[in-house]
Design a protein around this ligand. Sequence first.
Ligand code: ADP
Ligand code: RBF
Ligand code: MG
Length: 213
Amino acid sequence: MAKNLTKQFCQLYNSKTLENLRKLPESRVRSTSNPAQPVDITTSTDESEKLQNILPIQVNGTVIHGFGRGSKELGIRTANYSEQIVNGMPGDFQTGIYYCWAQVVYAKEGEDQQNSADVRRTQILPAVMSVGWNPYYNNEKKSMETHVIHKFEEDWYDYQLRLMICGRIRGETNFTSLQALIDAIWQDVEDAKMLLESDWSLACKSEGDFFLE
Ligand code: ADP
Ligand code: RBF
Ligand code: MG
């Protein structure tokens, strides 16, 4: 089946299944988790309610060169999206740290695919994404950067990163030390792995034909 794999977009996605799960906050917690250890993803402010109504969001964007700090300073690589994607997110989308499903598609922007079955791609992988101004680094530039929870043998700059953004873990924070930021990111990775086992996340992963088989 021919499919435009390199078109840049961020779009809302909904279905009957997701609509029903959205009404059940417990669907966002890992099915087998201990209810005594809830994760703070469902605060009842207006903002977070608005956010939950627009998730999941599907993004397809080209991976660009970022600030060059990811692996050097933090030891955590993050694939950065272009300004076109960062500025194109819906108005109710908040800055913060999100858990997502991710797939790298090894096709360059504008490249024609005669047969999408031939285009190399990864499996659907767990990921964490940071969206915002990176207060720890006093950034003037808003970024959207994703750490895919997977070991890659090579870089994938200029290729497409498809993301299904399922939920928010926390807001952006300033830290008093680099180590505190690194520790928080690894905690996000653990939280994301758990949250991606929830009914909500598993439904997001399998709904529609966003990811390539
Ligand atoms: P930059 O500042 O250019 O974003 P990083 O040190 O953050 O540099 O590295 C990001 C790049 O590393 C990505 O664009 C991608 O090509 C590659 N990469 C390799 N493994 C991963 C991973 N697990 N998650 C995110 N990016 C990865
Ligand atoms: N930067 C911050 O300044 N504050 C944060 O709370 C923060 N949380 C992050 C969480 C995750 C999961 C990731 C991948 C990044 C986070 N960052 C945060 C961004 C980090 O500063 C950025 O990846 C590096 O500066 C490299 O560009
Ligand atoms: Mg980066």
